[in-house]
Design a protein. Structure first.
Length: 318
């Protein structure tokens, strides 16, 4: 079996040698052919120096270094573009993901014909308030909006068929929802496996509290894209038509009231003195803006270039 192990990292120099040795031990004991792709997402320590030494010594080690920190999603995207294995494994570089899980994950892809298998850190060693409770909330919301019955969307340890990673675009901070991206791309056999979660051995976590806010915003984005990404006018046009309807009803009410007063010889009231005038004006303007947004969305969708959201400074063994 030909495997690609894709590992995004940021300032993990203490763990890289140990992680490499551990992965190699697992690969050799299972007689896998493999490549290990390290993506240095703008590290400021000596992570790239160590990756370069490994790449010089071992041709199966490949490295990508970004010019600066672009984010985990961009690092995964770069690794996916370069990966050549039939089965692709992703894992974090902090030694909290165990390489011992790789054979079973790969077997689920190769033998059970899963498109994607996501790890589930059923027993976690993270802070209960800092990560466990927010993660449970994220996963609950992701299950509700996506329809995927996974317990841990954000687990870094996952296995993919090669065709999956070549047909999804991971951008922004969407790495949390790669299973949803795969489902939206048409890959339906998505499974889950309980995996070992280990305590962090070196350094500190690179994720702050802002990732939880970003995670919810990303979830809303991915829900919108899955529903209306290919037809934005269906969303904006619907709400635009609704606003126009309210505006026309309000304008009709104002006109009818004016005619009623004229017919009954009552003194006329300035249109601008009627609050319904402002309701009609506001809703018609909003309706127009929503229609314009829909048209712009359709135009962007049809003309957008496929621009990468990262810049590579250096590669090794590619």
């Amino acid at each position: 079996m030909n495997l690609s192990v894709v590992i995004p990292l940021l300032n993990e120099e203490e763990s890289l040698q140990e992680l490499y040795d551990w992965i190699v031990s697992v690969m050799q004991s299972n007689r896998f052919s493999y490549e290990i792709i390290f993506i240095d997402d703008g590290s400021t320590d000596k992570s790239w120096d160590l990756i370069s030494k490994l790449a010089d010594a071992y041709p199966e080690v490949k490295g990508i270094r970004f010019l600066r920190n672009f984010g985990k999603s961009q690092a995964l995207h770069a690794g996916f573009e370069m990966a050549s294995g039939d089965v692709v494994i992703t894992m974090d570089a902090d030694l909290q993901d165990s390489p011992e899980e790789i054979p079973e994950l790969a077997a689920m892809i190769n033998n059970e014909n899963y498109d994607l298998v996501s790890g589930w850190k059923k027993k976690r060693y993270d802070s209960v308030i800092g990560k466990n409770i927010p993660s449970k909330l994220f996963n609950w919301a992701a299950r509700r909006t996506s329809g995927l019955k996974l317990h841990d969307f954000n687990c870094g340890l996952k296995a993919y068929k090669k065709v999956v990673i070549k047909n999804i675009h991971v951008s922004g901070e969407m790495h949390r929802y790669i299973p949803v991206l795969a489902k939206n791309a048409g890959f339906q056999k998505i499974g889950e496996k309980v995996v070992i979660h280990q305590k962090r051995k070196y350094g500190t976590t690179k994720f702050g509290m802002n990732r939880f806010v970003n995670g919810f915003l990303d979830l809303i984005t991915i829900w919108f894209l899955s529903k209306f990404g290919k037809r934005p006018m269906h969303f904006f046009g619907l709400w635009g038509a609704f606003m126009f309807f309210i505006g026309f009803v309000s304008a009709g009410y104002i006109g009818g009231l004016k005619l009623y007063r004229l017919y009954n010889d009552q003194p006329a009231i300035l249109v601008t003195q009627n609050p319904w005038f402002y309701i009609a004006l506001t809703t018609m303007v909003l309706g127009t803006l929503l229609f314009v947004a829909g048209f712009l969305g359709e135009m962007i969708l049809r003309t957008r270039p496929d621009n990468k959201q990262y810049r590579i400074a250096e590669k090794r063994n590619f």
